[in-house]
Design a protein around this ligand. Structure first.
Ligand code: GLN
Length: 195
């Protein structure tokens, strides 16, 4: 791969994403500035707290540049808070919360009640032969997928937890904390094709 994959490193579990990329031998760098953003061929937006990542992205002058890169086709993979941040439409956001947008889905923040705030489950994932082990941590749900995106994984009750659209991939759960490397591999392949 000519350019590294960037991992947005403002807040959240960006270190786990970097470790997952190390594990599969994909070159990467942490992104905290516009210059760093300019030097990557794709971007992972980690789990964490979407409102905090939004605030820090604005403070670091990254909010508009990231939105623009997404509109111009930069491959982006968002997990959990990262999914919220790449969704076109958001439910249950805080006052004034906005997203980079790009993925034609409606996402609901903190969609699971207190009792099931966090849980793990095996799920079928489009393009993978065997189920992925998925960890949900105060996760969002994809309430609906617009005509430009496709659902890639659902819970047993039918609720959508992963969607893709062109160079964008968004998932509700955290493969980077369960030793599941195949979705990062799918994203790295997507970045390779986009270069
Ligand atoms: N609840 C968080 C948010 O709204 C997301 C949780 C996570 O990324 N694990 O941003």
């Amino acid at each position: 791969m000519a350019l590294p994959i960037g991992v947005l490193a403002l807040q959240g579990d960006f270190r786990e994403h970097a470790a997952t990329l190390d594990h599969i031998g994909v070159q990467h760098r942490l992104v905290r500035t516009v210059e760093e953003l300019e030097s990557v061929a794709g971007l992972i937006i980690p789990g964490g707290e979407s409102t905090t990542i939004q605030k820090l992205a604005t403070m670091f002058g990254l909010f508009e540049p990231i939105s623009e890169k997404i509109r111009n086709g930069l491959p982006v993979f968002g997990t959990c808070a990262g999914l919220i941040l790449i969704a076109d439409r958001l439910l249950d956001g805080i006052e004034g919360q906005s997203t980079f947008g790009g993925l034609d889905v409606t996402v609901r923040r903190n969609a699971f009640g207190h009792q099931s705030d966090s849980f793990e489950i095996d799920l079928d994932f489009a393009g993978l032969d065997t189920p992925v082990h998925a960890a949900f941590i105060r996760a969002p749900i994809i309430e609906s997928v617009g005509p430009n995106a496709v659902a890639l994984a659902t819970l047993p009750d039918g609720r959508i937890v992963a969607a893709g659209q062109g160079n964008l991939l968004g998932i509700s759960f955290h493969p980077e904390v369960t030793g599941e490397h195949r979705i990062h591999r799918l994203f790295a392949d997507l970045v390779k094709r986009a270069i």
